[in-house]
Design a protein around this ligand. Structure first.
Ligand SMILES: C[C@@](CO)(OP(=O)(O)O)[C@H](O)COP(=O)(O)OP(=O)(O)OC[C@H]1O[C@@H](n2ccc(N)nc2=O)[C@H](O)[C@@H]1O
Ligand SMILES: Nc1ncnc2c1ncn2[C@@H]1O[C@H](COP(=O)(O)OP(=O)(O)O)[C@@H](O)[C@H]1O
Length: 305
């Protein structure tokens, strides 16, 4: 890397609460989305170049688009347009977050590229201006910049940082192939219509019990309060996830859930040692492609070099 490169490290997320309302006229769903940033990271490096170019390395690199549909490229273009810069930059993504896995890896890269280009070009944009650009790029992108724990209302982009009283230990079961986020929301609507389920209030709210568990850092109480309205839809589209969830529960996880729209599964453990034990049992179960251990909350997008 040249001295002019800027590298940003940006975390994945798990949703400890994902309450989903009925579809809005614009096709989005209002959410009460409680995000928690976890220690699985992508790194985005921005280097001046002759033209906008995206490259990617890592185990899932072949599944990442390298054209201007890549959220990192879209972030660079949006920032360049807003501040009258030339988006001639090489963006390299060192990808460790599973692709299309319900862990917001693309959103993380969008937030990471935005921060990296901002530092490279010295735009002087405020945090709020950067968060505004993130919200235009995608519902989950602002959280990639913010990190920590936060409640996202509206389509998930209207963020309020939340207090967390400690570190939570997680095990993630990575699945073969991804799930399309719009397809999972559509399946949620379909299942509700089929069952005649009321989608609830127009704007869902965060669970007070869950916020309290986060605030005091009580993993047992958090396990009792986690909820994901997209889980049934993800399992309906990928029935094998039920086996992975059962294997994690049988291994002693405090909670077993689908991460966001899936197909990654998330297991809460009561300590770092317990997480390693659950991870070993999950690996031995043969019900997922790979198993990762992580903890959170961790900070959002951070310049590291
Ligand atoms: C479900 C969640 C949970 O955090 O993430 P993943 O688990 O996929 O990572 C998010 O809501 C995904 O957010 P993100 O991936 O940024 O979605 P966007 O690009 O804004 O929208 C993609 C599509 O998802 C659907 N969508 C997204 C957000 C939302 N509140 N309602 C929706 O219905 C819409 O069909 C939309 O066209
Ligand atoms: N930088 C990126 N990394 C991964 N996927 C990206 C990226 N930019 C755009 N995408 C597209 O976004 C889709 C969703 O990817 P991702 O954000 O990893 O998953 P999820 O929305 O489930 O959290 C991918 O299938 C891919 O087509």
């Amino acid at each position: 890397m040249t001295a002019q490169s800027v590298t940003v490290r940006v975390p994945a997320k798990v949703n400890v609460q994902l309450a989903v309302a009925g579809p809005r006229p614009d096709g989005f769903h209002n959410l009460a989305n409680v995000f928690l940033a976890v220690s699985l990271y992508d790194r985005v490096t921005a280097t001046p170049a002759d033209e906008l170019r995206v490259t990617c390395s890592g185990p899932d690199a072949d599944q990442v688009p390298l054209d201007t549909s890549n959220l990192a490229a879209r972030a660079a273009l949006a920032l360049a347009e807003r501040y009258g810069r030339d988006a001639r930059v090489h963006l390299h993504i060192d990808k460790d977050i599973p692709v299309a896995g319900g862990m917001a890896g693309g959103s993380a890269d969008g937030a990471g590229a935005l921060l990296a280009c901002d530092a490279l070009w010295g735009t002087g944009a405020s945090r709020d201006e950067l968060l505004g650009i993130c919200a235009e790029l995608g519902s989950d992108v602002p959280f990639g910049l913010l990190g920590g724990v936060a409640l996202g209302l509206g389509r998930g982009e209207r963020l309020t940082p939340l207090e967390a009283g400690g570190t939570f230990h997680w095990v993630f079961g990575l699945a073969d192939g991804g799930l399309s986020t719009p397809a999972v929301y559509a399946e949620c609507d379909r299942l509700r219509a089929e069952a005649g389920t009321d989608p609830g209030p127009e704007q869902p709210s965060a669970s007070a019990v869950l916020l309290d568990a986060l605030r005091v850092g009580d993993a047992g109480a958090l396990a009792g309060a986690v909820a994901n309205d997209l889980q049934e839809a993800a399992v309906s589209l990928r029935p094998s996830l039920a086996e992975t969830l059962s294997a994690g529960s049988a291994a002693g996880a405090l909670a077993a859930m689908v991460s966001g729209s899936g197909p990654t599964t998330a297991f809460l453990a009561k300590s770092a040692e317990e997480a390693e034990r659950v991870a070993a049992a999950l690996r031995a179960s043969g019900t997922c492609r790979a198993v990762r251990v992580a903890c959170g909350p961790v900070p959002g997008a951070t310049v590291v070099g």
